[in-house]
Design a protein around this ligand. Structure first.
Ligand code: FE
Length: 128
């Protein structure tokens, strides 16, 4: 599942999912229904289904993007992203390499202090 060609991804994903996951796009803030998802469950990669975040680590950051303070162990990779004149830490799915969003050091201080700022488009919610 990790080694799909670009044309395979393009045919399997919706245009919005393809733009985020495979072209490092960013959904408009406030656009994802997952901003309002408060049920218990798992947030999985919309590309490959890998479990990425537990609902217990989701919080309201006020950013307009679904936000989490912790990813599941080994579920994501982080690397420096110097695009758009900024230095940010890009978060990708460790299983399929899909772009998920960025992580910032301004999360809740009583937790990890991290804010995983995710595109809801890149996630699928599975209620428990
Ligand atoms: Fe994935």
């Amino acid at each position: 599942m990790a080694d799909k060609t670009d044309s395979e991804w393009k045919s399997e994903l919706t245009p919005a999912q393809y733009a985020v996951l495979r072209q490092c796009g960013t959904e408009p803030p406030g656009s994802s229904p997952l901003n309002y998802e408060k049920r218990a469950g798992e947030f999985n990669c919309a590309g490959c289904g890998a479990e990425l975040f537990d609902s217990k680590t989701k919080y309201e950051s006020g950013s307009g993007w679904p936000s989490f303070y912790e990813a599941k162990p080994g579920a994501v990779n982080i690397k420096a992203d110097r695009s758009h004149g900024m230095v940010r830490d890009e978060v990708t799915c460790a299983a399929c390499g899909g772009h998920l969003g960025h992580v910032f050091p301004d999360g809740p201080r009583e937790t990890t202090g991290l804010r995983y700022c995710m595109n809801g488009t890149a996630l699928k919610f599975e209620p428990k």
